[in-house]
Design a protein. Sequence first.
Length: 210
Amino acid sequence: MKILYGVMILVGGYLLGSMNISIILSRILGRDIRKHGSGNAGATNMTRVFGWAAGIATLAFDVLKAFAAMWIGRKLLGEIGVCLAGMAVMSGHCFPVFHSFQGGKGIATGAAVGFMIDWRVGVTIVVVFLLGALISRKVSVGSIAAAVAVIVSTWVFVPRAPMIALAVFSGVLAICRHEANIKRLQTGTEPDFRAATPDPRNSSTGEKHK
């Protein structure tokens, strides 16, 4: 039965993660988010292209779907279920089967992972993200810092194998998804974050984030 539950958690978590609201919402608004702004299907690019309301809606859905997957995982298999569900939903969000495997960068879902690991981990990564983004004025800096913070803070606050495995998987995946941003940071070409103007058609190409 545990094996069956594990398979259900992995498949269900991946499919739930693959429901990318930024792509769905942007198509409703008339354009595929992957063809505008940075081309990334995440909350940051939605804010850049369509404005704060679209960005916040995307962020909320990405967090909630991760919470839902991991809550079900916990009910079925405890910490192992949380670990499996977190890995699955992160994978689905970044590589969604419903959208040609072109998804986001896992920062919003990663924040949900952090809170499900432990509230102290969640608070730590949010604080680190905000400090990094505000000081640098680059969301990518905050995102990468938060990805590192989830690993370190889990090791400090919840040094148990399933939670550490989930934290390492989530943090490394998020960092890998920011490869292009890291290269631009190294060359000094990573632009500052700016939300959309009232007319989203005037949005310009920018950095790739969540």
